[in-house]
Every structure is written in C-alpha cells, then in structure tokens.
Design a protein around this ligand. Structure first.
Ligand code: SAH
Length: 342
C-alpha cells in the first residue's frame, strides 16, 4: 500500500473509483495546500474521510518530538513502516521558516565528522516519506507559512535521485514552495549534479566542500576520491551556466584542520572562480569525531579573510544543539534514546 503523500493525483483518482470526478483534486489539494489530515477534511463526506485514512496511511510515526532554542527549533524522530528511524528539524526565524529534511535513513557517504555517516546506511526514503516530513513541519509552523526546505538532514539526496526529484516537483507544484527556496545539499555527486542541471527545476544547490585541496577533502569527504575538486569544479560551473542559480559551498570549520590561513586562500580561489557563496558553520560535536569546532574568534577571522578576497560569506548560527538537532548530529537510532525532558 502506498503512503499518504506517495500517490500522485491520478493514482488518487484511481483509488477513488466510483466517487465524483472532482473528489481526487479536492482531496489532493486538501492534503498538499490545506495541510489537512483526513478527519479535518470537513468538505467531504465523513465515511469517505475514514476511507481515505485507511487507503492512504501516513508514512511517519512520531517517536520523539523535542523543542529547543526557546521554542524556535523542533526536532522529530520518526519511525518508518519498516522500523527505520529518520529525523526532521523545523527552524523558525524572524523572516523565514525552514525545515531540514532527511532524504535517506542513514547515509553511505561516510564523512568523518558527521553523525549520520558514522551510523551507516539503511535505505532510500520514498517520495511520500520526504514530502510528509515537509507537511508535518508546515502543520507545526502554522499559522506561519513554511517558506524554505533544505535537504540537509540525514542522507545524500542526490544518491536518491528519482525519489528526490519527484519530491521536489511535488513541493514546488502542489505544495506551493518556490523552487529557489528548495535547497539540495550534496557531497558532490557529479553525475547527478549534471542530471539535475538539465531538469526544469531551478532549485538551489549547496555543495559540502569543507576543504579545497584534494588531500584534506578526501579525508573529510571520501567521495572526493571518486570526484576530485577539479571535476567538482566543472560540475558546479555547468550547473551555474545552465540554471543561473548561484552555487553555495558549505564549510564546517574544524579547529586547526580546515580553518588555517592556507584554507582561506584555497577556498577563496575555488569559490570566486565560480562566483559561489560560502556558508560557514562551526563544526558541531559528534561522538565519532573528536576534533573541536573552530573558536568564535577564528570563525570571524576566517569569514573576514574570505570577504577580503571578494567572497560573499554567511556565518550560520547553530540551531538545536541542545536537542542534538544541529548539522551533522542527526543519527536516527540515537534519537530514540533521548528522553524529552532529560
Ligand atoms: N549529504 C548531504 C546533505 C546532508 S548533511 C551533504 O553532505 O551535503 C548537511 C550539511 O551538514 C553538510 O554540509 C554536512 O557536511 C554538514 N555537516 C555534517 N556533519 C556536521 C557537523 N558535525 N557539524 C557541522 N556540519 C556538519
């Protein structure tokens, strides 16, 4: 059986055989634009509401819900039908509301400093499992409107290409979030980046760079051995040419590892040749990686060094640390052991 947000409108129409033709679009809209669960669909007959609930079961079972940052950050751990655990984080800001979603249960990319990578890979998420994370967060954010979706939760989105792009189309279409407010973050899966550039889906692309020399990057982000920096550079240039969307680079600042003056030079050269934007974030602690994040002073000096070389930089403030919801801290099976009020 397909889950609630797995089905396209035509499949829903087929499931509703015998009902008036307008029902499928009515229910599809109520799910995607109205953010409604069946019992709230008061404009359809009650028996049908019950049937919808059974025909289209939700994919996500809430296991844990934690709130941090004075109510501005919410993290969920959801169990999927096969018991896999994923995490989703909602972050409210003054001028935007962002959800960080998972694209896989676990991750196979094995980045040394990332908790998800340390825990290994379980499976790809379905389109329905991805979309339902966004809908759940949007319901939580109401009456504020969810404005942004970042694929920076668990998993490598471009390794789950078909389900990802179908989710992106659903979010930019029926759910109504503009494509440029959808950000796909990747370790640098070059062939999939090329494919994405050719879709008519002008989403924002973030590349997790973390080092701009091959030796260091291969240590931090092992896929670099397969797609080294010059190959990645060409893929970024081509994405920019084709979509006119500026690439952004993610750089987790790690004390004395990638926050040296040499790193500023290498990154400035790499980023400016692509007119790319740089997002800096101090490394969040994870159990399997014992090096610390850079000090606030070093973060500031690093950002200044890039700006002096003409690179536009944002220093991201960390959200959700106290609820293990910060970047790189999502690790599924761990989450269920967190006690909400501990
Ligand atoms: N697989 C994708 C998306 C998920 S990770 C990717 O790698 O881009 C989202 C971002 O969090 C990536 O930039 C990743 O490198 C970063 N990240 C992982 N672990 C982190 C940590 N411990 N501290 C800070 N950022 C981290």
């Amino acid at each position: 059986m397909k889950s609630r947000y797995e089905v396209e409108q035509e499949e829903l129409a087929a499931l509703l055989e015998g009902e008036p033709a307008f029902r499928a679009s009515q229910i599809f809209d109520a799910l995607h634009q109205g953010l409604k669960i069946p019992s709230e669909m008061t404009n359809i007959p009650k028996t049908l509401r019950g049937q919808i609930d059974e025909l289209l079961p939700p994919a996500l079972i809430e296991r844990v819900k934690l709130v941090g940052d004075k109510g501005m950050t919410t993290k969920w751990a959801f169990a999927l039908h096969d018991g896999a655990i994923i995490e989703t984080v909602l972050m409210e800001y003054r001028n935007r509301v962002t959800v960080c979603v998972s694209s896989q249960a676990g991750c196979a990319m094995n980045c040394s400093f990332c908790a998800t990578g340390q825990a290994g890979f379980s499976r790809h998420l379905t389109t329905g499992e991805i979309v339902e994370q966004v809908i759940t967060a949007a319901r939580e954010a109401a009456p504020r409107r969810l404005s942004n979706v970042v694929f920076m939760g668990m998993g490598e989105p471009l390794a789950n290409y078909n389900n990802l792009t179908r989710a992106l189309r659903r979010l930019s279409g029926p759910v109504g979030i503009s494509a440029r407010h959808l950000t796909v973050s990747t370790v640098g899966m070059v062939p999939a980046m090329a494919k994405l550039a050719d879709e008519r889906l002008p989403v924002s692309l973030a590349v997790s760079l973390h080092a701009a020399n091959d030796e260091l990057r291969s240590e931090l982000v092992p896929i670099n051995k397969r797609y080294p920096l010059d190959v990645l550079h060409a893929a970024c240039a081509s994405y920019f040419d084709k979509t006119h969307r500026r690439i952004s680079f993610e750089w987790a600042l790690i004390d004395s590892v990638n926050d040296r003056d040499q790193d500023i030079e290498e990154l400035a050269e790499y980023a400016s040749s692509l007119a790319a934007h740089v997002n800096l974030i101090p490394l969040n602690p994870t159990p399997g990686y014992l090096v610390r994040g850079s000090t606030p002073e070093r973060v500031k000096a690093f950002a200044q060094g890039l700006e002096d070389r003409g690179v536009t930089v944002t220093v991201r403030n960390t959200r959700g640390r106290e609820i293990d919801a910060a970047c790189g801290q999502l690790a599924g099976s761990q989450a269920v052991s967190i006690r909400p009020n501990a």
